[in-house]
Design a protein. Structure first.
Length: 316
């Protein structure tokens, strides 16, 4: 680590931190059918808070915190819709990351197909792609058969919890609103574009950091590294994915013949260096975010143009 180029490492941290505002901007497009043209500020603050809590708390607690922070900051966005929109966010992530991972494996300079947890990389990718297709089929069923499915949910609720039907259906409709971006091919294309940009900026940061440690390889190596890291940290784990990130990085770099010591040094240095800025930013917004009474928040946002819900109005 002492021998690494600190300037390049700092540059890589700056580049990877830029992925957070990119994620916030993409979230705006996903939420556009609910509240058109959301201001960037609330989205950025909520996203930074979510990343910060993922870094400090286990089990990806930051995902729910991100949705709560936005619904608190912009009451026009229901919490349930914000949660569902994050699910859409993650599905697009998986699609693009797997696509870029496949590109890295298809590179003639790829050194071979490694084993991941006892199964080949190809079978792991097939399993992930199959899961994505299954989830997308379910989501599009809800998009195009929305009223029929909501009617079935309402009937089931009346049979099991008749006293909670109204409240339950508000939540279910808000959840359905969260995936309404899938109705528009233009919006889907925009979300895909923002997602692709996000997952190209991150491997650029990886490449710069690898150069800081004099680790060389084909230009597709950071794409492969990114894919293995995303698969490694996909499930809820330790705060900030401590240990999981390093193990996945060592496994991915080892495929390209990078020595274990160099891989560990890179992983620890990059992980810690990139951990600090966004955690500090998220903590700043977390403590700065003011909680005011519900009525005054709704009155304040109701008076501002561009913050009126569209689909969300149905749940009232």
């Amino acid at each position: 680590m002492r021998a690494a180029d600190r300037g390049l490492l700092a540059l890589s941290v700056l580049v990877v931190t830029c992925t957070v505002p990119l994620r916030a901007r993409r979230w705006r497009t996903i939420l556009d059918p609910i509240v058109p043209d959301l201001p960037f500020g609330p989205l950025w603050r909520a996203t930074a808070i979510g990343v910060m809590l993922n870094n400090l708390a286990p089990a990806r607690a930051g995902e729910l915190a991100r949705a709560y922070a936005l619904s608190h900051d912009v009451p026009a966005v229901p919490f349930a819709a914000a949660v569902t929109s994050i699910g859409i966010d993650r599905i697009f992530d998986a699609i693009v990351v797997i696509m870029l991972l496949g590109l890295a494996v298809a590179d003639p300079r790829f050194p071979g197909t490694p084993a991941l947890a006892g199964s080949s990389l190809a079978s792991t990718m097939v399993l992930v792609v199959g899961g994505i297709v299954f989830v997308l089929m379910g989501l599009y069923s809800l998009v195009f058969l929305r009223e029929r499915i909501l009617s079935l949910c309402e009937r089931a609720a009346r049979g099991f919890v008749p006293r909670l039907v109204a409240r339950l259906m508000v939540t279910v409709r808000a959840l359905a609103d969260g995936i309404s971006v899938l109705r528009s091919p233009k919006r889907v294309a925009a979300v895909f574009g923002w997602t692709l940009l996000h997952w190209l900026v991150q491997p650029l940061a990886f490449w710069i950091a690898l150069r800081a440690f004099a680790i060389d390889g084909p230009w597709t190596m950071p794409l492969f590294l990114q894919g293995i890291l995303v698969i490694g940290v996909a499930l809820p784990s330790s705060p900030g994915f401590a240990g999981v990130f390093e193990a996945a990085a060592v496994a991915a770099l080892g495929v390209y013949g990078v020595g274990r010591d160099s891989a560990i040094a890179w992983a620890v240095a990059f992980h810690v260096a990139s951990y600090v800025p966004i955690t500090a930013i998220g903590l700043y917004y977390f403590f700065k975010l003011k909680i005011v009474p519900e009525q005054s928040r709704r009155a304040r946002f109701a008076s501002e143009p561009g913050l009126q819900p569209t689909l969300a109005s149905e749940v009232r």
